[in-house]
Design a binder for this molecule. Sequence first.
Ligand SMILES: [Zn+2]
Length: 84
Amino acid sequence: MFHAYLKVAEHCNLCGEQLDLRHADDFPPYITILIVGHSLISLMLHLWPGTSILPYYLYTMVPLAVILPIALPPSIKCAIVGLQ
Ligand SMILES: [Zn+2]
């Protein structure tokens, strides 16, 4: 469906459906922020009272805060374009 990271291809490889007329605009970043923000912040608030796990906290939360916002938008945009 994509020919670059978030660039929608002109046509579907399987059925030939024209995809470049579908515009997801700001909805994929919004959904990404909604998912990552709510999951990480709730996990951080849940783990915060245990200050003895601070190294594990940093080793897990920082990579997740970097990797998830990069990894999620293509699949979310694919779902939004597919729904259109
Ligand atoms: Zn198709």
